[in-house]
Design a protein around this ligand. Structure first.
Ligand code: ZN
Length: 600
């Protein structure tokens, strides 16, 4: 393997056309024709996205002369072999108009990219260091733009700033450096006029960058993030595995998403979920945002460093199958809210509410009884990340359901060992054995480690909860910890049930999901149908529940609906309101196990 650095230059070239120009120069290209490829997917988001489809032009040159490029598959090109040793440059233009945490986005207000969208992989030179020259767009209006990324600025001694970009100053344009391609694509980059705040957590400098229109109270946000980050660093043990960390937040009108990286996270949120000056208490939207931050931060350890063996290394050309995503997302989903509680960012009543919500969500997914956690993980590429109208009936997902299994595992360990061993021990053992060493987690290792840590036989729990589809005995488990789990009808769903989920369109009642064995499915209604009238009266999103509330379970209704452009009539026999809403409450009196677990 060669070790000359690969040089990249990123220029946000055409804001109106949303195009980056990216150059990749290889000092020692393969003599028989260097190949270049763009990843088919971005680690953390398990779907083939074929980022190369956004390359709108590509050309190669060497010594000022064009070099022929042959496209050999959907994301790989091969350059003609050079007659004598010389550097080879490939120049691509990339269309960037995906405002998500997974792609690239660029207009005159800001530029954001993930390396997987813009950096060609130089095949067989993946271990070479990478130098990246990040340049500003041309024009006066961009002269105040800054750069935010966890990619380290070049640290070459004696490096002089030159006209075409020297070592980058903090938040500045210029040269950055990554150890290898794997690191290069793990540092998303934001450019523009963003808000920027810093805080220290256990000696590690942290930055919060918010782009987009917003009125965030940065001091409240950094105050809350600091305690969450410090709790997590101490949980796994100091020193933290990263020397700095950046929260890259994009605030929009309505949005939610996050993607984890080794020393940063890209987040998308609704601007109204951010804290504002003078805000008191903890509004639900802000609690959700803190939960998202906590989730992605926990991934710094769990999935960015403790990884399934199937990801060591990632194969960026195709799907990487593992049955373990439930563990990486389930442990992280369990600990994200627990970290909020244990760090003091939320109170026990908030945590009980959040956990009850998770239980309700799983309960409302009939597919949980069809698809196991292991299957859901394995099929993420074609299932979980490609949801359709039948997803709730066919699959259970692995986020919420994974978190509930992990809850059951924690409670089992604690109760069977009288509080001596808990999931915390399992998590820290995973960190010692796999995170610190870089050894991938084998498909059966979680089960084995949990048993080895505790001496408890967990065969039945794993068989039923991971490779089976039985509902977990949460009510019984929680009772041991002085927490009562009740199932009731949600206050917003007191009317008899149609067994559907409707879409969010304000004008028409469109069925988004028709649940298995519900009243609508039995009557022949389908997802996509538009309800027009119930018993001859027009139905709208505002009147649907009111019309249903005037009936009793067992009543028959005449429903008119459009399927495509065809008018159809159905007779629906209403079901009782479903008791799918979970409520958690503390039982009277102290409970030692609960106190050890939740602090109260
Ligand atoms: Zn996650």
């Amino acid at each position: 393997m060669k070790n000359e650095p690969i040089h990249y230059t990123v220029v946000p070239a055409h804001p109106a056309a949303h195009r980056f120009e990216v150059r990749c120069t290889v000092a020692e290209p393969a003599r028989d024709g260097q190949r270049f490829a763009l990843p088919a997917w971005i680690p953390g988001s398990y779907l083939i996205r074929d980022f190369a489809r956004h390359i709108v032009s590509i050309r190669a040159e060497s010594g000022g002369k064009p070099v022929a490029l042959e496209k050999i598959d959907k994301h790989t090109w091969q350059a003609a072999s050079l007659k004598q040793p010389a550097a080879l440059t490939v120049v691509i233009e990339v269309y960037a108009w995906d405002l998500s945490v997974r792609g690239a986005h660029f207009d005159e207000t800001h530029a954001f990219f993930n390396g997987t969208s813009v950096f060609l992989r130089v095949i067989d030179q993946e271990n070479s260091p990478c130098l990246v020259d990040i340049r500003p767009p041309k024009g006066k209006r961009f002269k105040d733009w800054r750069v935010a990324t966890a990619m380290p600025p070049l640290r070459a001694a004696g490096e002089k700033n030159s006209k075409n970009g020297g070592k980058a100053k903090p938040l500045g344009f210029g040269l950055y450096r990554a150890e290898n391609y794997d690191e290069l694509i793990d540092h998303p980059v934001e450019m523009g006029h963003f808000s920027h705040a810093t805080f220290d957590a256990c000696g590690v400098p942290h930055e919060v960058v918010i782009t987009g229109r917003h009125d965030c109270d940065m001091s409240r946000l950094t105050h809350d993030l600091k305690r969450i980050c410090e709790w997590q660093i101490r949980f796994f043990g100091e020193p933290a595995p990263m020397s700095r960390y950046v929260f890259l937040v994009t605030a929009v009108g309505d949005g939610y998403g996050g993607l984890e990286h080794r020393a940063s996270t890209a987040l998308l949120c609704s601007r109204n979920d951010l804290p504002y000056a003078g805000m008191t208490g903890l509004p639900e939207g802000y609690r959700t945002f803190l939960g998202l931050c906590s989730h992605e931060y926990f991934h710094t350890w769990n999935v960015k460093r403790i990884k399934p063996a199937a990801f060591t290394p990632y194969d960026l050309d195709r799907e990487n199958y593992t049955t373990l995503l439930w563990a990486f997302e389930g442990f992280t989903s369990y600990y994200d809210d627990l970290a909020l509680l244990r760090s003091g960012a939320i109170e026990l009543k908030d945590w009980l509410e959040l956990m009850a919500k998770t239980i309700s969500n799983v309960q409302r997914t009939p597919g949980r009884l069809r698809q196991t956690l292991a299957e859901s993980s394995f099929d993420a590429w074609s299932n979980f990340y490609r949801q359709d109208e039948n997803t709730p009936n066919a699959g259970g997902g692995y986020y919420a359901k994974g978190a509930l299994f992990v809850l059951a595992l924690d409670l089992t360990l604690r109760s069977k060992t009288d509080g001596r061993i808990s999931l915390d021990d399992v998590m820290r053992t995973l960190w010692e054995r796999h995170g610190k060493t870089g050894i991938g987690v084998g498909e059966d290792d979680i089960h084995a480690i949990a048993e080895a840590c505790s001496g408890v036989n967990l065969k039945r729990l794993f068989t039923e909860g991971v490779s089976g589809t039985r509902d977990l005995p949460l009510k019984k488990l929680l009772a041991t910890f002085g927490i009562e789990l009740a199932r009731e009808t949600a206050p917003t769903a007191k009317a008899p049930s149609l067994g559907v989920k409707t879409g969010s369109d304000a004008n028409e009642v469109k069925l988004a999901n028709v649940f298995d064995d519900g009243a609508a499915q039995a009557a022949g209604l389908s997802a996509g149908d538009i309800l027009l009238a119930i018993d001859g009266l027009r139905v709208t999103p505002a009147t649907l529940d009111k019309l249903l509330a005037r009936h009793q379970p067992g009543d028959s209704l005449r429903i008119h609906a459009f399927r495509r452009d065809e008018l159809m009539e159905f007779t629906v026999r209403l079901d009782p309101p479903s008791e799918d809403s979970a409520r958690l409450a503390l039982a009277d009196g102290p409970n030692t196990l609960r106190k050890q677990w939740l602090g109260d």
